[in-house]
Design a protein around this ligand. Structure first.
Ligand code: SAH
Length: 378
């Protein structure tokens, strides 16, 4: 991988929890709360109501070109735009598939770091899959992002801008299928969201704050996916943000999970499942359990039985298992399960009444599917 990060020992990458400190991205309107925006606008010598006008343009109208802000005097427009809307994401490349309804964007950040986001449009909804870090420090061996190491954390606004771009393009009818809106945001792009907790929770707040101070999305449409940083899962449950939590479990036993999801050596299967169950109890939101099916590694019938056992908390009403056929990544020796093994795995879970679906994977041919985001420029 050209974005090589941490040093490899015995083919294993180290776990990296804190991002290297780099020059911070410029502060942006989407980093600020409504109060901070008013104060900042007044600090420039403008009337406080200008903040509300700018928010209406940015969050409600998705208008970032000051020429369109015709309710503001021209000189005010330019000053507000240059102060509060610095360009954070520059599109370096775009790939589409599924007749233009799946769009992967490669973004260059202010310091040259690169990240990717994927817009997936379905007949009844549109999902933005966003990155929360440039790279990832969690070192999962089946994931292309994890193999590249961690470059840095993204800021709140860098995360929000990925959603705003998708929302704007849908709104302007630039995506196949006519005008539309972003109904869902999943933190399943590059990075471990819980390792960049503050910026991620800040971004979620910008997404769910009603117009014009935020994008006005429903928290129910937002999913935060994690390898299982237990203290952060506990903290997220207290934020009053009923987002869907997804746990990348991938194995029901510690021996195998230690290998597939190295952070398991810190917080093991039982601890992660307990934290997820507490999250479900506190937020009343059903938790998604993500389980990649890898041929002859974690797809045996006995592991399906064990998975059901491990997830049982009285019953399985608190959980939904999402099985994901492994997507190929460069240099990996693993492949997706045989169809009959996948079917048997599903059958074993269903027999016990465990809610389960097999994820319909999008974007595989443009390396835009789960685990394939490596932000390679060529
Ligand atoms: N770091 C977070 C957010 C990334 S989400 C997390 O791991 O949950 C990306 C999802 O795709 C995770 O469930 C991840 O385990 C899964 N994934 C990674 N590599 C994959 C691959 N090669 N094939 C299929 N799914 C993969």
């Amino acid at each position: 991988m050209e974005n090589g990060g941490g040093s490899a020992t015995r083919g294993e990458l180290p776990l990296v929890f804190s991002a290297p400190r780099r020059g911070k991205p410029p502060q942006h309107w989407a980093d600020l709360t409504a109060t901070e925006r008013r104060e900042a606008v007044e600090g420039l010598g403008h009337r406080a109501f200008r903040a509300r006008q700018l928010s209406a343009h940015y969050f409600a109208g998705l208008r970032t070109d000051p020429a369109e802000w015709t309710d503001l005097p021209a000189e005010v427009r330019d000053e507000l735009a240059s102060t509060f809307l610095p360009p954070l994401l520059t599109r370096a490349r775009e790939l589409t598939c599924d007749d233009g309804t799946t769009v992967k964007s490669l973004w260059r950040l202010h310091d040259g770091a690169t990240v990717e986001s994927v817009l997936m449009r379905y007949p009844d909804r549109a999902t933005m899959c966003v990155s929360s870090q440039a790279g990832c420090g969690m070192a999962c061996p089946f994931c292309a992002t994890g193999q590249g190491g961690l470059q840095r954390n993204m800021s709140t606004a860098e995360i929000v801008e990925q959603v705003v771009d998708g929302a704007r393009r849908l709104d302007r009818g630039e995506i196949a299928g006519g005008p539309g809106r972003v109904s869902n945001v999943v933190f399943m792009g590059m990075g471990e969201p819980m390792a960049n907790y503050k910026a991620v929770v800040g971004a979620v707040r910008q997404l769910v704050t009603p117009n014009p101070d935020g994008l006005g999305m429903s928290a129910r449409g937002i999913t935060v996916s994690t390898v299982g940083l237990v203290p952060r899962i506990q903290q997220l449950a207290t934020e009053g943000l009923p987002v869907t939590l997804a746990i990348s479990l991938h194995a029901p036993d510690d021996e195998l999970r230690d290998e597939l999801v190295p952070v398991n050596t810190r917080w093991n299967v039982d601890e992660v499942v307990d934290a997820a169950w507490e999250y479900a109890k506190i937020t009343k939101r059903r938790v998604s359990i993500e389980y990649i099916l890898i041929k002859d590694i974690n797809d045996q019938a006995h592991r399906a039985d064990l998975l059901a056992k491990v997830l049982r908390r009285g019953n399985w009403g608190w959980v939904h298992v999402n099985l994901i056929p492994l997507n190929p990544t460069p240099g990996s020796k693993w492949t997706a399960s045989r169809r009959e093994d996948e079917e048997e795995f599903v059958r074993r879970l269903e027999k016990r009444g465990v809610p389960v679906t097999v994820r319909d994977t999008r974007g595989r041919e443009i390396d835009g599917a789960c685990g394939q985001l490596a932000a390679q420029v060529v």
